[in-house]
Write a protein that binds this ligand. Structure first.
Ligand code: NZQ
Ligand code: ZN
Length: 386
């Protein structure tokens, strides 16, 4: 393993009673009364959560930013920054999924400065502080509720880029698995695929002696693969929601990558696609990740053999090549069984788009910590995924 220091400052409140703890949690982090409530396109109104939150915020001055899009947009973030500045907001409450939380993170950081929020995303401006914020999670997928990352889409330039800062960990996140009961099947599937992809990104790392990490990652992966189909079939199965929700949070809160960084190339490949086609992140990953695995396993097979053994128990006399192919097929078939597409052409991508995507991914140069992808590699993976 590499040397490391680990700290995650987000207070995680988990379970059926978590939502009701909102007033006490906010009091811990601000004495101010001006709250900005951020949310998405309306699911929280339909489910009744909005009314519940408004009641819990009794006594506060509530301002609202509604309509944060899936794949949150810079233009909406700018509206949020304006509301914070004009109303001296003391605390932001994000109610929603990764998109609402990611948009809120950039609002929180950009509101403390006069820089263009996009300069923060593109690392031209640094983040020195942020307005404190907390979250109530309504879809488990990204881990954004307990990490310091955020992904923003600039629809004017068709760029979707990740950024992060230790100042944008949520102060608290309230996770009630019952809030997932209203998720449509495809969003449940997207969340399962995204959280599993985070596990894969981290499993494929360059460090040595990562037995603890390998065991944790494969354990969480197996638990999600067992509970996921139950959550798909029985949306109100509390235990299945509990497992997939906690699984998604630990998959990307830093705890499973102690001593290594993971690869992360596939996320970059996916973001270039959803920046143009505005598809859900989980859909793009379901298509691209198996092709990344097929391509990279031919270059660096050893880790893939261990993956097949750790996650699928494939340790019999079959050849290494068969073990690898069986494991990749098992991941890909599992995602298909959840209803995910398997080809970019199914979501409208055309061959001439591929080079445009490739150039977008290369904005900071060749990438991938486990296996560095150059343009030829990227094109080969995109072509296989088409
Ligand atoms: O907008 P509303 O009406 O709320 O509907 C949302 C949205 O359409 C709906 N939804 C959420 N909770 C619901 C619900 N519908 C019914 N009942 C509920 N309880 O689900 C749709 C998708 O929501 P979204 O927040 O977009 O999903 P997700 O959490 O998957 O977030 C995706 C975004 O996060 C980024 C992705 O790239 C994408 O932009 N990521 C962020 C990461 C991070 N910050 O660490 C890492 C990830 O790898 C990822 O890149
Ligand atoms: Zn992801």
């Amino acid at each position: 393993m590499n040397d490391f220091t680990f700290q995650n400052p987000t207070t995680l409140v988990f379970g059926k009673t978590s939502t009701d703890q909102l007033p006490q949690m906010i009091e811990k982090f601000t004495e101010g009364k001006n709250i900005l409530l951020t949310y998405g396109g309306g699911s929280i109104k339909k489910s009744g959560l909005y009314d519940r939150v408004i009641k819990l915020l009794d006594g506060y001055n509530i301002y609202e930013l509604a309509g944060i899009e899936p794949n949150p947009r810079l233009s909406t973030v700018k509206k949020g920054v304006q509301i914070v500045k004009e109303n001296k907001i003391d605390f932001i409450l994000a109610v929603g999924g990764g998109s609402v939380i990611d948009g809120t993170k950039l609002i929180a950081a950009a509101s403390t400065t006069d820089v263009d929020p996009w300069d923060i995303v593109t690392r031209k401006a640094s983040v020195e502080r942020a307005i404190p914020f907390g979250t109530i999670l309504t879809i488990s997928a990204t881990g954004s509720e307990m990490n310091s990352g955020s992904v923003i889409t600039n629809w004017e330039t068709n760029e979707k880029l990740g950024w992060g800062s230790p100042h944008v960990y949520p102060k608290f996140s309230l996770l009630n698995p019952e809030l997932l009961f209203t998720l449509p099947q495809n969003q449940t599937a997207n969340g399962i695929i995204d959280s599993m992809s985070h596990l894969l990104e981290q499993y494929f790392n360059e460090a040595t002696n990562t037995e603890i990490g390998d065991a944790m990652i494969s354990g969480v992966m197996k638990a999600i693969m067992k509970a996921g189909p139950i959550a798909m079939e029985q949306p109100e199965n509390y235990e299945a929601r509990e497992t997939t929700m906690l699984g998604a949070t630990v998959a990307l809160n830093g705890y499973l990558r102690l001593g290594y960084v993971g690869d992360w190339a596939t996320h970059n490949l996916e973001h270039a696609v959803s920046a143009v086609y505005d598809i859900p992140h989980g859909v793009g990953l379901a298509i691209i990740f198996p092709e990344w695995m097929r391509y990279v396993s031919k270059k660096k097979p050893e880790r893939f053999v261990k993956f097949a053994e750790d996650v699928f128990g494939i340790d019999d006399d079959t050849s290494n090549e068969d073990k690898i192919n069986d494991a990749i097929d098992a991941i890909s078939d599992f995602w298909s069984s959840l209803g995910a597409p398997t080809k970019l052409s199914q979501v409208g991508v055309k061959e001439e788009d591929l080079e445009v995507f490739a150039d977008k991914t290369l904005i900071y140069g060749p990438f991938g910590n486990f296996y560095k992808l150059e343009k030829d590699d990227i094109m080969a993976i995109y072509k296989a995924a088409l």
